[in-house]
Structures are given as structure tokens and as C-alpha cells.
Design a protein around this ligand. Structure first.
Ligand SMILES: *[C@@H]1O[C@H](CO)[C@@H](O)[C@H](O)[C@H]1NC(C)=O
Ligand SMILES: *[C@@H]1O[C@H](CO)[C@@H](O)[C@H](O)[C@H]1NC(C)=O
Length: 307
């Protein structure tokens, strides 16, 4: 460092010498440097983008900052003033840093520091810094089925869209975190689930009685985490006898109802039919009776005859 400074001093001396001789104007040229080309900040926290001037001879260089979002540049520091998206939200700090007081998610972009030093031989330099603002996840939306039957498949879902970078998801069963692979823990060894930490899906291939309980999910990224309230999932046995009884009972009820309806229809219809039939049949019946009587008389006659 000191050696460098000494060398620089010598160089400056040379330059001064040269300048005094009137051949070469001033020297060196402007060179910029930054401590971080890729900067991560947390939302609602301050962040400083560094634009350090390594070397310069010009006294009042022109400093500008541009924000480049989706390929579109706009000024955020221009003519010695903060402007555009950073208006009232930032300040320039020596030598050419920009300090954002309270970063927001919309500040995620590329920023270019440009310094023009009119009296330097190399009279312009720029550096590009990319800023990413982390955003905490919000409470995820979770869907847990109320009740499932043993042996069927089931999917529980969890999702939130605010977090940046995108959230990773973890599931909890009765306040105990479900390991990625159920086979790794004795407690969950018989469970058939798989977890997708990127999508938030918890899938059971075949639900077991032990899978019943309260579930909640946590969304997490570098900025923080949030979770949904626990929801209960009940697991029912497949009750074949019950199902048979139920369906048999249903069938029985159906038969009864149908039979009852038929009966009432018949009864409902017969009086009107009977009326016409009766009027029609009566003579026939009377005939029958007469014949019967006749037969009877005949029979009596015969029997008396036999007797
Ligand atoms: C940052 O801005 C947010 C929203 O604009 C505000 O709620 C919060 O209080 C601010 N934080 C600070 C430290 O100023
Ligand atoms: C897993 O299943 C085996 C065999 O059916 C059984 O012996 C064991 O107790 C079960 N473990 C748990 C934690 O339910």
C-alpha cells in the first residue's frame, strides 16, 4: 500500500513535471471500484451502493447514477440531486455512494454509477451494481382436507407469492416438522408422503390412520418466515359392513317407498275405476247370482231328486 502510494506520488510528480512542460495534460484517468457488484438488501432496511473512486485528478467530477430496470434506464442521481424513483428516499455519500434509507421491493434493479472527470486523460468510468431486495414471505394459503379415507391418496397445499427470493416450504404434523423423507424418522417411517419444498405440496400416496392430526405449513426465505394456522385432517376407516348396511338400508327404503307409492296409486285409481266397473259388472254379477241361484235350485232340485 505504502509502496503503491509512493509509486503514485512519483507518478504524480512526473505528471506535474510533464504538465509543467506543457506536453501531456493531466494524467491517470478516473477509475471506479465497488465493494460489491451484487448486493442483497432486506426490505424496509437501509442499503448503501458503493461507488469508490480509485483515482482521479479532476476536482469536481460529474457524478450520475442510473437505475436500469427491465432494460430501461432512468436517472436516480442527476445534476447533483437525487431524482426519479429514489427522490426523498436516498442521499449521495462521499465519494459517490448512494444510500437508500428504506429499501423497497421495487428497488430491485441494476444501478450504474457514472463518473465523468473532464480534466483526466481517461475522462470517464462506470460500474454496474445489481441490487436485489429480499421480501419476507406473507402468511401462506394452506389447504388441508377435513377428512380422508384410509388408503386413498391426498394432497395438502401451501403457497404464498410475496416472498423474494421465492419461499421454501416445510410442513408440520401435530407441531412436529415432517422430515423430507419419512423413511429417515421412526415416527413417520410408515407414512407414504412426499414433500415438494419448492411448490409447498404435501402428498400422501396412501393415507394411514396415523396421518390424522393437525397440519400447518411454514413459508421461509432469507428475509423471514410465515406460517398458516393449523388445520385438522381426520382419517376414516373403510367401513365395508357400514357401507353395505347403508346401501342395503337405502335399497330397502327405496323398495318401501316404491311399494307404498304403487299402493297409493292403485288405491287412488280404483275408486273411479270401480265405479264404472261396478256399474258394468253388476248385471254380470247379478247374472252370476241368478245363475248360481239357478244352479243351486237345479242342484237342490237334483239333490232332492237324488234324495
Ligand atoms: C419503510 O417504509 C415502510 C413502507 O413504506 C414503512 O412502513 C416503514 O416504517 C419504513 N421503515 C423505516 C425504518 O423508515
Ligand atoms: C410401522 O409398521 C410396522 C409394521 O406394520 C409396525 O410394526 C410399526 O409399529 C409401525 N410403526 C409406527 C411408528 O407406526
Amino acid at each position: 500500500m505504502t509502496a503503491c502510494k509512493m509509486a503514485m506520488g512519483r507518478l504524480v510528480a512526473c505528471v506535474v513535471l510533464y504538465s509543467s512542460l506543457g506536453h501531456i495534460p493531466s494524467s491517470l484517468g478516473v477509475i471506479l471500484r465497488t465493494t460489491d457488484k451484487t448486493v442483497w438488501a432486506n426490505e424496509f432496511e437501509p442499503i448503501e451502493l458503493t461507488c469508490l473512486i480509485e483515482s482521479i485528478s479532476t476536482n469536481n467530477p460529474r457524478i450520475e447514477w442510473k437505475k436500469i430496470k427491465n432494460g430501461v434506464p432512468s436517472y436516480v442521481y442527476f445534476q447533483n440531486k437525487i431524482s426519479g424513483d429514489l427522490l426523498h428516499r436516498a442521499q449521495l455519500r462521499e465519494p459517490a455512494n448512494i444510500l437508500i434509507f428504506n429499501a423497497t421491493r421495487s428497488d430491485t434493479a441494476e444501478y450504474r454509477c457514472e463518473v465523468a472527470a473532464i480534466n483526466d486523460q481517461r475522462d470517464f468510468d462506470e460500474i454496474l451494481i445489481s441490487l436485489a431486495v429480499r421480501v419476507k414471505p406473507v402468511v401462506p394459503r394452506c389447504s388441508v382436507p377435513d377428512a380422508v379415507t384410509v388408503g386413498t391418496s391426498s394432497e395438502l397445499r401451501c403457497l404464498e407469492n410475496e416472498g423474494f427470493p421465492a419461499s421454501q416450504y416445510r410442513w408440520f404434523h401435530d407441531n412436529e416438522e415432517l422430515p423430507q423423507d419419512p423413511k429417515t424418522t421412526p415416527k413417520f417411517i410408515n407414512s407414504s408422503y412426499t414433500i415438494n419444498t419448492d411448490t409447498g405440496s404435501l402428498k400422501f400416496r396412501r393415507v394411514k390412520k396415523e396421518d390424522a392430526g393437525e397440519y400447518y405449513c411454514q413459508a421461509k426465505n432469507d428475509a423471514g418466515h410465515a406460517q398458516c394456522p393449523p388445520q385438522k385432517m381426520e382419517v376414516y376407516d373403510v367401513d365395508i359392513v357400514g357401507i353395505l348396511l347403508k346401501s342395503f338400508g337405502g335399497l330397502l327404503a327405496f323398495i318401501c317407498v316404491t311399494a307404498g307409492m304403487c299402493h297409493t296409486i292403485k288405491r287412488g285409481c280404483s275408486p273411479s275405476k270401480n265405479l264404472s266397473e261396478n256399474t258394468y259388472k253388476r248385471p254380470a254379477q247379478d247374472d252370476g247370482v241368478e245363475y248360481g241361484d239357478a244352479d243351486e235350485g237345479h242342484f237342490r232340485h237334483k239333490s232332492s231328486f237324488v234324495i
